[in-house]
Design a protein around this ligand. Sequence first.
Ligand SMILES: NC(=O)c1ccc[n+]([C@@H]2O[C@H](COP(=O)([O-])OP(=O)(O)OC[C@H]3O[C@@H](n4cnc5c(N)ncnc54)[C@H](OP(=O)(O)O)[C@@H]3O)[C@@H](O)[C@H]2O)c1
Length: 296
Amino acid sequence: MAATIISGKDVSAEIREELKERAARLKEKGHAPGLAVVLVGEDPASVSYVTAKGKAAEEIGIFETTIRMPGDSSEEEILRQVDDLNRDDRYDGFLVQLPLPRYVNAGKVINLISPDKDVDGFHPVNVGKMLRGEPCPLPCTPYGVVQLLVRGGYGPDGKHVVVCGRSNIVGKPLAAMLIQKRKGANATVTVCHTATPDLRRFTLQADILVAAMGVPRAIKADMVPDGCVVIDVGVNRVPDAAAAKGFRLVGDVDFEPIKEKASAITPVPGGVGPMTVTMLMMNTIEAAERKAGLIS
Ligand SMILES: NC(=O)c1ccc[n+]([C@@H]2O[C@H](COP(=O)([O-])OP(=O)(O)OC[C@H]3O[C@@H](n4cnc5c(N)ncnc54)[C@H](OP(=O)(O)O)[C@@H]3O)[C@@H](O)[C@H]2O)c1
């Protein structure tokens, strides 16, 4: 039987409705939630991510400003912008869109962001809090994966989750979230990477398999056990002469054959992708609620 498709668009829409109500409640209390996005240069992928963030904020009722800086901005100018935003009361949260120009030390920029306003959840203080299971903004993509699982009816509690990929923005934080001793987590987690010998040996043991590798269709059908829940984080451009742009997007899993084996699977696009922006909005609303004293 073909797998159920877990729609990130649908789950996203459900969360955005809830966020609209929370934004309205904040405004009633005299606190309009605000988000700033710093964009350095004009990298097309970054421009499209930033545009999506602005649109989502508008839809939810978050006051949003995109601050565009020239592509040759110095590290000092970017740090000064961060410092200004840390002190600007109009914004409950902000982010600096990555990647930054190569000569800029991105770590230094992230470290300067006030942890209270770090809606990407990348600041070391927030990474530490996440690991300890304390309230904090959670990195948006793995947070979106957890929400997809829980709200989609595939809660990770008691399950063996195999995560392929150990990056600081997806694999590692996802593992840290899933091992927490609480409902909606409580998973046994295996994290695989390029030094994992015989990846298939591990993926075949998964109740839930998450692919975050950045390698088109790396996970093949013979690596997936029957009835597994498959979450595809990958977004890869592959050449396609028939497509208007000359490429199309595919994930890290070989979708067509795997959907015949899995019990549920996320598509690419329309799976994890829409969740990332939605969780940024969630972090912004939570930062505003914290500042307004509505949550701790
Ligand atoms: N949907 C979204 O919103 C969203 C957000 C972020 C990322 N993504 C996508 O998710 C994918 C991963 O992103 P990322 O930033 O985490 O990538 P990344 O920084 O390149 O990390 C990839 C990870 O996968 C591991 N890996 C690569 N090839 C492997 C293989 N053959 N076997 C086992 N492990 C392997 C690497 O292992 P090593 O550590 O050993 O090198 C690394 O840990 C990309 O396609 C990216 O575009 C999507």
